[in-house]
Design a protein around this ligand. Structure first.
Ligand SMILES: Cc1cc2nc3c(=O)[nH]c(=O)nc-3n(C[C@H](O)[C@H](O)[C@H](O)COP(=O)(O)O)c2cc1C
Length: 187
């Protein structure tokens, strides 16, 4: 059993949904998982040293992951470099791409900028929750979706995530977990 932190940045809830699903799979594989939102501010994210594995995930907006993702890595670089880590990215660019592929290079660019190599990484297609968007975001996302060949039906929300790929990513994370036995300590 490993202790796993899953810290994510999600604006409209889809990255959160993927983080929750990864946590569900890992718990099913016998691990202890904790979720934390990078959007709540770095002070509220526990430090890596409290865990055996750290998983980070972020939405992509306007070509970028949430800045708090990079801030967390920079603030904890030494610890993260010495432990198993995983990074996932959620974007429309990854919709329909082969499992875990990074077609727009968002993950590669992020890792280059940080000079940090997570043990595992994956990109997932995200969602188009048209009904959650305000009118301007809905309008802009509809235009972008038309050009990209995605649905422009704004009367409903759309999910482009390959959930089997999310599951296989959780299995890949399980494979990098140290096989540690955590015993309760009594005082
Ligand atoms: C304002 C905005 C900008 C976006 N920019 C991009 C982008 O540059 N590239 C991309 O592939 N997807 C982009 N997307 C799609 C999001 O990555 C996708 O909807 C994702 O599921 C959002 O995750 P969240 O619900 O956790 O915020 C954008 C979405 C919004 C609302």
């Amino acid at each position: 059993m490993s202790r796993i932190l899953i810290a994510f940045a999600s604006h409209h809830g889809h990255t959160r949904k993927i983080a929750v699903r990864i946590g569900d799979h890992l718990r099913g594989l016998g691990h202890h998982t904790e979720l934390a939102s990078l959007d709540d501010g770095l002070r509220n994210i526990p430090p890596p040293e409290d865990y055996d594995v750290v998983v980070l995930g972020s939405r992509v907006e306007v070509g970028r992951h949430a800045p708090t993702l990079a801030e967390y890595v920079r603030a904890n670089r030494a610890e993260l470099s010495e432990m198993p880590t995983a990074l996932f990215s959620v974007s429309m660019a990854a919709a329909g791409a082969p499992p875990h592929a990074d077609p727009a290079g968002y993950l590669a660019k992020q890792c280059d900028q940080l000079a940090w190599t997570p043990t595992r990484r994956a990109a997932f297609g995200g969602g188009l929750p048209y009904r959650q968007y305000n009118w301007i975001t809905r309008f802009v996302m509809k235009q972008i979706s038309r050009r990209a060949g995605h649905s422009t039906d704004t009367s409903r929300d759309h999910d482009f995530t390959d959930w089997a790929a999310v599951r296989s990513f959780a299995v890949a994370i399980d494979a990098i977990c140290p096989r540690v036995q955590h015993t309760a300590s009594y005082v």
